[in-house]
Write a protein that binds this ligand. Structure first.
Ligand code: SAH
Ligand code: SF4
Ligand code: F3S
Length: 441
């Protein structure tokens, strides 16, 4: 009988895209995707360890799988991705959850299908187990199959790993050093997506601005892809402020297909903290970069990541972060409480009390929410071109404007994948509501 599988994603956009590759490795071997744990014969968790909260949530979820395993003794459980890539993680997972059948890391996660096959075809299923998190610095796997679930958005990796070693961050440890994919491979993948009718391409990498392969830099890659003769939008994630060059900004400015929307993580607003984070820029550098972006790209929307409670962050340092947030007025900010990650430099610094962190994050969120509310108000009665992405639980269509704002509106489901003009009539904190603009009116 055909076996079914479920891949659950716990991490960032890159993790989401890797789940598409993991699903591809299973579908390619004939396994069928399902939506609920109770229907699955194979459950894969694609994990994240960026913060303590992410890890705790995953541990809780793995614990829950024990019950599913009791009900279905042949259930295969696979834990893959960043969490299993940490030093000592395999041993911890094995001893705490002996029922796990497969543990793979980040670079070899796409081998899940193969390993599942071997277990299912073995005579003594319960004895066969795979635990391997290979060093995340070997060659980039290129022959994997991707089962895309995000039409009309196509995610394309342009690089893997990270060389930056921000002192709080686990990513370089679990993903290894930066490796850029060959431009031709990126072009081919993008072109195939566009031929298949995808309308939005998002380039993924921890620091896309430092892309470098075969003499191509990020500006050249963007410029070349933006000239492909299809109707589409081009986005990218994530930019490191240090590496966002004038050349890149000029390419964004002159290509209509490149969205005027940049995610530019600031992390902190004080020079002391930025230096301790090893971010390689100052508050003034960041603020003048923002000014330059707004000059060169007047319609550009800026979003950010910002953290409170980094070791040694004083009240004054925190106020500088608040002040920066108020000055820049990001359209959206992902706000985080710093959490120490084993093995990173910052985890060995003197830590801040949980209460102080809590107070600071509460304040930061409320300041940012006010900013978003004000910005949202300015959208009222404006018309945006929306790429329709799908239908939500309330039966409304949803999609994004070029600036990245989520917009919901009533309409026919056959509009998914189309560009539609929508006039905004409702403002909420996380999304806008509207109606299709009648072009004949
Ligand atoms: N490569 C991207 C994002 C990496 S992780 C970049 O450099 O911008 C996404 C965000 O998680 C980071 O921008 C940072 O704000 C946050 N983050 C990373 N490590 C963290 C930690 N130890 N505690 C809290 N937040 C963290
Ligand atoms: Fe982590 Fe810094 Fe690399 Fe981003 S740039 S992944 S925050 S080390
Ligand atoms: Fe992404 Fe989490 Fe890994 S943020 S890179 S899945 S640690």
């Amino acid at each position: 009988m055909t076996k079914s599988y479920l891949v659950e994603t716990f991490g960032c956009q890159m993790n989401v895209h890797e789940s598409e590759k993991i699903s591809g490795s299973l579908s390619n071997l004939g396994y069928i995707p399902v939506q609920r744990r109770e229907d699955a014969d194979i459950i894969v968790f694609n994990t994240c360890c960026i913060r303590d909260t992410a890890e705790k949530k995953i541990y809780g979820n793995i614990g829950d799988l024990k019950n599913y395993k009791k009900l279905k003794k042949d259930l295969i459980v696979a834990i893959v991705g960043c969490m299993s890539q940490q030093a000592g993680a395999i041993e911890t997972l094995k001893s705490q959850f002996p029922f796990i059948d497969i543990i793979l890391g980040t670079t070899n996660a796409h081998l899940v299908g193969e390993k599942v096959n071997e277990i299912i075809n073995s005579r003594d299923k319960r004895k066969l187990k795979y635990y391997e998190n290979v060093e995340p610095n070997n060659d980039i796997a290129e022959n994997d199959v991707t089962l895309r679930t995000s039409y009309p958005n196509g995610w394309v990796n342009i690089m893997y790993g990270c060389n930056n070693h921000c002192t709080y961050c686990i990513v370089p440890y679990v993903r290894g050093p930066e490796k850029s994919r060959a431009p031709q491979l990126i072009m081919d993948e993008t072109q195939n997506l566009l031929k298949d009718g995808y309308k939005e391409i998002t380039f993924l990498g921890q620091n896309v601005n430092s892309y470098s392969s075969e003499g191509w830099n990020f500006a050249k890659l963007l410029d070349t892809v933006a000239k492909l003769p299809y109707r589409f939008r081009l986005r990218f994630l994530t930019s490191h402020p240090r590496d966002l060059s004038d050349e890149i900004l000029d390419v964004i400015a002159k290509n209509e297909k490149i969205c005027k929307s940049i995610h530019l993580p600031v992390q902190a607003g004080s020079d002391d903290v930025l230096a301790k984070m090893n971010r390689h820029y100052t508050r003034n550098y960041y603020l003048s970069l923002v000014e330059k972006i707004r000059e060169k790209l007047p319609t550009c929307v800026l979003t950010t990541d910002v953290m409170v409670g980094f070791p040694g962050e004083t009240d004054e340092n925190f106020e500088e972060t608040i002040n920066l947030i108020q000055r820049v007025k990001f359209s959206n900010a992902f706000t985080f409480v710093y959490s120490p990650r084993t093995g990173t430099v910052a985890s060995r610094m003197v830590q801040i009390s949980p209460q102080v962190k809590k107070d600071r994050i509460t304040r930061l969120i409320s300041v940012q929410n006010e900013i978003v509310k004000d910005i949202s108000q300015t959208s009222l009665n404006k018309t945006y071109e929306v790429l329709v992405e799908g239908v939500n639980q309330k039966g409304l269509l949803y999609g994004r404007a070029e600036n990245g704002r989520l917009i919901t509106f009533p309409g026919d489901t056959n509009l998914v994948g189309e560009f539609i003009d929508v006039k905004i009539d409702k403002c909420r904190v996380s999304s806008l509501g509207g109606h299709i603009e009648n072009r004949d009116a």
